[in-house]
Design a protein. Structure first.
Length: 621
């Protein structure tokens, strides 16, 4: 067993503090890389090549994309992905061919696509983008009646039963599908030889629950043409009303790409200010310091700033320091003040949440709201403006608890399970926004620790019951927005502890035993992104700094700070900083199987939290 010196822990904490204080921007924010899948890079290459804009950036993206190709010709969505990833390979191949890379240079990639089922097996978002550029045909018969967007929210089946992040992508994509829009240019290269069969319209049996919805939509398709025109108009307004000041749709690059083409399908000229502003907004997301050049899907500035400010305060930095006061000022400016789509499911709540990105004003989420509130709690004791903002945020967060007792990511009670039967990829992950263990645990941790709500409070009691009900048989919890069982278990355990659930409780003991059982010999923990795809814990051959910090922090919260497992975990955190694989492995999830995320901030936030919480416990022995 490695003996941990408390002085070494304190010295490492001080190094983190010094480093982070130096990285803070003048406006109080931290701006760090939010590195996602190659999807945004490839979409950028195709779109900006088509518009003949920013070709120097496209060239740099091409070079990086070719560097990421594997020996078998494929591309992967995360390091160590077995056998590569068909969707990523189709997209990279298409983007490079569209940009003008010769087919002979990409022969291995083409063979890989051939051997793995062809383009028709790629993710539907990718097939949409290829169809938009004329590289494959649109399916001749598949349509979604635009009149469906007009169905009032009081009806049992309506568009707002989809999750907010599904809606914002579906609106421009469905418009393009119905228009069968193609932007043919000199760059268009046919890839029909890699499209083996038409699986766009995946059939469902007559007895399928999805048939109920498709039957209803079939009736909508027979409505008068003027209503269909009204549906297109609604889609146009929907996009415009949710466009941020930088021109992006909900601040997501992925949705904005489709919005650009949707406007063209509606008859907008290429030079229209809305299109040009959208392109400028996407270009502003190019970050040349993301292990090379990368198009971020959005910035993560509010998220990073809130969590880093909170971590620094846990490490002993005073709320009255310039660093924390500056961060608090930034966060106050980003609190939402207007009602948005969330009011459809909770009309009685008042605005008070926070969004994820630097410019988000209309899409708050519960994780960012809880994170901002944690960061502002101490400042709220001395500043009335902060106190008022904090109270509004707390009220909003409590109002957004789902009926089942948990919290979802964005909205309340958008959990109509029938939508998961929708015959497209990731319907289970994206079509609905259900309660999750990571969101419920993190909100519970905030409410228990910083709002002083414990087990006797009605909302807390419901949340605890939800977590107990959704614990896995092996004692872990599944985390939707991080990788994966380590993330969910950390969030659940820290939340339960903050709410007053004792370490001796059965659910806590089972989770602690599971964490100890999956620890590596080097003292760390590691979990593969593949866990999200197969629905069970998949061990990673290496330990990662972020996942080790989650495990250590969870164990410390449960009173295990003197255990051998925690001592070994702390030793790993003190010595593994130079191991690039341990730092760079993606530990965030946007879309299981498709979009994994490396947060640059995480390798600062979570080790600092784990070390600080350990240090506090040991000091009070």
């Amino acid at each position: 067993m490695n003996t941990v010196q408390i002085s070494d822990v304190k010295a490492t904490i001080d190094k983190y503090i010094e480093n982070l204080e130096a990285k803070q921007e003048k406006d109080g924010a931290w701006r760090m890389c939010f590195e996602g899948a190659i999807l945004t890079d490839c979409f950028y290459m195709m779109t900006f090549t088509s518009f003949n804009k920013e070709l120097e950036t496209v060239e740099k993206l091409k070079v990086r994309l070719l560097q990421k190709q594997r020996e078998d010709g494929s591309w992967a969505n995360y390091p160590g992905e077995r056998y590569g990833n068909l969707s990523a390979t189709v997209l990279a191949f298409a983007a490079l061919r569209f940009y003008g890379v010769e087919a002979s240079r990409l022969r291995q990639a083409e063979q890989y696509i051939n051997h793995n089922g062809g383009i028709n097996k790629a993710h539907f978002m990718i097939r949409f983008m290829l169809a938009v550029h004329g590289m494959i045909p649109w399916p001749p018969f598949l349509k979604f009646p635009m009149t469906a967007l007009l169905v009032p929210t009081t009806f049992p089946i309506n568009f707002f039963q989809f999750s907010s992040y599904a809606r914002i992508h579906f609106v421009p994509m469905l418009l393009l599908l119905n228009k069968k829009f193609k932007r043919i240019s000199k760059h268009t290269v046919s890839l029909e030889h890699l499209l083996y069969e038409d699986e766009w319209d995946e059939r469902t049996d007559d007895g399928s629950p999805w048939r109920t919805i498709t039957n209803e939509w079939s009736r909508l398709a027979r409505l008068p043409a003027r209503l269909h025109r009204a549906g297109y108009k609604y889609a146009e307004q929907y996009m415009q009303e949710r466009t941020e000041s930088d021109g992006t749709l909900y601040s997501y690059a992925s949705a904005t790409f489709f919005m650009v083409y949707a406007y063209l399908a509606l008859g907008y000229e290429e030079k229209n200010p809305r299109i040009q502003q959208a392109l400028d907004g996407i270009h502003a997301l190019v970050n040349e310091n993301c292990n090379g050049i990368h198009v971020e899907n959005s910035t993560s500035t509010v998220w990073d700033t809130a969590l880093l400010s909170y971590a620094l305060q846990q490490a002993g930095v005073s709320s009255q320091s310039t660093v924390i006061r500056s961060a608090a000022h930034y966060l106050l400016q980003r609190q939402h003040s207007q009602k948005a789509d969330w009011q459809i499911h909770e009309p009685n709540a008042e605005p008070g949440g926070w969004g994820f990105s630097d410019i988000n004003t209309n899409h708050p989420d519960h994780d960012d709201t809880a994170a901002a509130l944690r960061a502002l709690t101490r400042s709220a004791r001395d500043d009335m403006d902060v106190k008022r903002a904090w109270k509004k945020g707390c009220d909003y967060l409590l109002a957004m608890q789902n009926k089942d007792g948990g919290w979802a990511a964005f909205e309340k009670d958008t959990d109509w399970r029938l939508l998961t039967k929708l015959p497209i990829e990731n319907a289970r992950d994206a079509a609905i926004d259900p309660s999750t263990a990571d969101l419920t645990g993190r909100v519970l941790e905030f409410l228990g620790t910083y709002a002083s709500l414990k087990q006797d409070h009605y909302s807390i009691k419901k949340a605890i019951k939800w977590l107990q009900k959704h614990q896995e048989l092996n004692g872990s919890w599944y985390g939707r927005w991080g990788v994966c069982y380590l993330y969910g278990t950390w969030a659940a355990l820290t939340g339960l502890s903050a709410a007053g659930v004792e370490p001796g409780a059965r659910c806590v003991k089972r989770a602690v035993n599971w964490l100890k059982a999956v620890q590596h010999e080097d003292g760390g923990w590691g979990e593969s992104c593949r866990s999200a795809e197969v629905g069970t814990f998949v061990d990673l051959p290496i330990s990662t700094i972020v996942q080790t910090a989650w495990a250590v922090d969870a164990l410390v919260a449960c009173g295990e700070h003197q255990s051998e497992e925690v001592q070994q975990g702390i030793h790993f955190l003190l010595t593994a900083e130079s191991q690039q694989a341990a730092v760079n492995y993606p530990t965030g999830i946007g879309l299981p199987g498709q979009f994994y995320i490396r947060y640059e901030s995480y390798s600062y936030i979570y080790p600092l939290l784990a070390l600080s919480h350990y240090h506090i416990k040991m000091k009070h022995q």
